[in-house]
Design a protein around this ligand. Structure first.
Ligand SMILES: Cc1ncc(C[n+]2csc(CCOP(=O)(O)OP(=O)(O)O)c2C)c(N)n1
Ligand SMILES: [Mg+2]
Length: 352
């Protein structure tokens, strides 16, 4: 580390700082492209973008290893990308094409990729938390030292699944890192209008889970907080909880007329754009030249442009495959025939 103060007072290592900047730029470019493609009716259905919140995924995911697991929400394009799912597979998924990471069957809210241990993409508010607890329980039972990072919005704290999941994770001391992306609004409902206790870290503390709040616009602070928490979880410290204070710069989804928040509030938060904060810190430390900044932007743009070309050249799934995967295909191809997978015998035959 070079010891130069970052946006949150932490130290910036030049190479690591530029890496995090590129990660955030990649997500920003992908999301801006998604908005454009949605407006052109290339992407249909629901679409929720992560613009403004990039530091959260970039900082937390930089603190995980390849064996760790990630669970996210419907605002998950950036998490999937930074976890290692290619931008092409993400966009093709949104186009509904077979080249997508779920063969076009999931779409924007259900990106999933077992190879990178990215376990969704979940459209149900708080629906990812019990999945994360299950993944962590499996790791604990198998004696693996993996961590499961679970992202969810502050709207999830009103759900029973949130409380059930925190309770069991604490009771069984499971290796889960709960990451609450507190952007202050659940669709059009401000946190203070729906919760008697708005200090979210306190809710986790009620379950005896170590919890602390982090400036979610400062990627270095997020990375530092996440590292501390991941280390504690991995070394057997049980579940930990981060409340990442952030803000979405765009509407909740493409259908949101955004009448619930004042324009000057949005403008104030945009003054703390996580990309600008890190860029400025690196520049003032002499760690990012104008040419390097241009190059990072060009790299991100080139990656996303190639991904659009990939998605545009995609193909719809053949109609004959429509009922494929309704039942598990496990048990076929090993000589034992259907019926050896998780479904009861006779249900995997594909017989009408
Ligand atoms: C169980 C459930 N209830 C309601 C909805 C409808 N819904 C979709 S997004 C959303 C708001 C969630 O807000 P938050 O958890 O803060 O996440 P953010 O969108 O801010 O990232 C709601 C209520 C849903 N998808 N699932
Ligand atoms: Mg929210």
């Amino acid at each position: 580390m070079t010891g130069t103060p970052g946006p949150g007072g932490g130290a910036v290592d030049a190479a690591q700082g530029r890496h995090l900047l590129l990660q955030m730029l990649r997500v920003r470019q992908l999301e801006e492209k998604c908005v454009e493609l949605y407006s052109a009716a290339k992407i249909r259905g629901f679409l929720h973008v992560y613009i403004g919140e990039e530091a959260v995924a970039a900082g937390v995911l930089a603190s995980l290893g390849p064996e760790d697991a990630v669970v996210a929400t419907y605002r998950e394009h950036g998490h999937a990308l930074l976890r290692g799912v290619s931008a092409g597979a993400i966009l093709a998924e949104m186009y509904g094409y077979v080249e997508g990471c779920c063969r076009g069957r999931g779409g924007s809210m259900h990106l999933f990729d077992a190879a990178t241990r990215f376990f969704g993409g979940n459209a149900i508010v708080a629906g990812g938390l019990p999945l994360a607890v299950g993944l962590a329980l499996a790791d604990k039972m198998a004696g693996r030292s993996n961590v499961t990072a679970c992202f969810f919005g502050e709207g999830a704290v009103a759900e029973g699944e949130f409380h059930e999941s925190l309770n069991l994770a604490a009771l069984w001391q499971l290796p889960v890192l709960f990451c609450c992306e507190n952007n202050l609004y659940a669709m059009g409902t401000a946190l203070a209008r729906s919760e008697s206790q708005t200090d979210i870290a306190l809710k986790a503390a009620a379950y005896e889970i170590p919890a602390w709040a982090v400036d979610g616009m400062d990627v270095l602070a997020v990375q530092e907080g996440a590292r501390r928490a991941v280390d504690a979880v991995r070394s057997g410290g049980g579940p930990h909880f981060l409340e990442l204070r952030t803000y979405r710069f765009r509407a909740h989804s493409m259908f949101d007329p955004e009448r619930y928040r004042a324009k000057d509030e949005v403008a104030r938060w945009m003054e703390r754009d996580p990309i600008t904060l890190l860029r400025t810190a690196l520049e003032s430390a002499g760690q990012l030249s104008a040419a390097e900044w241009e190059q990072l932007q060009a790299d991100a743009q080139a990656e996303i442009a190639a991904a659009v070309d990939f998605a545009e050249a995609g193909t719809p799934e053949p109609v004959e495959e429509l009922t494929r995967f309704v039942y598990s295909e496990r048990g076929t191809g090993d000589g034992a025939g259907p019926g050896t997978g998780t479904q009861p015998a006779g249900k995997e035959t594909g017989a009408p």
